[in-house]
Design a protein around this ligand. Structure first.
Ligand code: GLN
Length: 311
């Protein structure tokens, strides 16, 4: 495993295309050369290469875990009805997608659905909502995750678009909490600091039926882990989710700071951090390294062999 992770890392290191996200000012200063790759198995063992201790804001990858917390709290049917599970085919911050679907957020991996997910999480007030999210994501990671104050303040000062999305959702009655408070909690969840190792442990927890394999602690129910992976498979890499599934055959979730988490169900979490992104916002090196590992380890969930009766 260590040799394969090193080989995946070396293979992806040769790629320097893509650009660091800069629409959130604090993200623009990320070092584009950073690259970490971590695989954590359901046995809790880690296999890693590169900058796996470099911390970055989790951004959109938080969406998968907050959705898992919501599913755990409200159940399969309600999550399906109120947030949805279908890909929009449009960018993660699309307003058009909301209008086209009568205000339905469509899925929890785009900003509209993520804001609805955060708003729907049962909590007594915004402080309680933030506390539940920070605690829940920390359980997935197996350590207390802290807020990156600079990223939080930078995004809070510039995310008028997310404010507009939340207002629009509220106008359709899809968000009943105060939209500004929802955006604030969502911005905080996106600003939680992780490294590639943390992300791989979080993914291994989904791979392990909701039990953090390093800590031996159940975080969510097994059917919640299953449902979360299904949603990641459909929409985790935004409008390129179909291509990702076609090439890699595994559920994944990317974030604009350059994180990419992939889950091999029953086997492992695979996390990459490499801030250069392609045109839709997915880590270039992260995709290349993960595709390599999926191929050499035979992780594609769609692989099957013909059953040929012998008698
Ligand atoms: N916080 C970012 C936003 O809402 C997250 C987006 C992402 O990682 N794709 O714009």
């Amino acid at each position: 495993m260590d040799r394969l992770v090193d080989a995946a890392f070396a293979h992806a290191s040769r790629h320097a295309e893509g650009a660091v996200a800069d629409y959130i000012p604090a993200l623009a200063s990320a070092d584009p050369a950073l690259f970490g790759l971590s695989v954590v198995g359901v046995d809790g063992e880690a296999h890693e290469a590169g900058d796996t201790g470099s911390r970055f804001s989790i951004q959109s990858i938080s969406k998968a875990f907050v959705y898992a917390l919501l599913c755990d709290a409200v159940g399969h049917e309600e999550a399906l009805a109120v947030v949805g599970v279908n890909n929009t085919g449009l960018a993660f911050n699309s307003v058009v997608a909301i209008e086209l679907n009568d205000g339905h957020p469509m899925n929890p991996m785009v900003n509209a659905g993520a804001l609805a997910t955060t708003a729907l999480l049962p909590a007594s007030d915004a402080a309680d909502r933030w506390h539940l999210i920070q605690r829940g994501l920390s359980l997935f990671a197996g350590r207390d995750l802290a807020l990156d104050e600079e990223v939080y303040r930078s995004e809070a000062a510039t995310n008028q678009r997310n404010g507009a999305i939340a207002q629009l959702m509220a106008s359709y009655g899809r968000i009943t909490e105060d939209p500004a408070e929802v955006v604030d909690v969502y911005t905080r969840q996106c600003s939680l600091l992780v490294d590639a190792h943390d992300l791989a442990v979080m993914g291994a927890t989904l791979a392990d039926g909701g039990v953090n394999p390093v800590r031996g602690v159940r975080v969510v129910a097994a059917d919640v882990a299953r449902d979360t992976l299904a949603v990641m498979a459909a929409s985790g890499l935004y409008e390129n989710s179909g291509e990702w599934l076609f090439e890699v055959g595994l559920p994944g979730k990317s974030g604009v700071s350059g994180g990419l988490l992939t889950v091999a169900p029953g086997k492992a979490g695979i996390a990459a951090y490499a801030p250069r992104l392609d045109g839709v916002g997915n880590s270039v090196r992260g995709q290349i390294a993960t595709a390599y590992l999926s191929r050499v380890l035979g992780l594609n969930v769609f692989v099957s062999t013909a059953y040929i009766p012998t008698a």
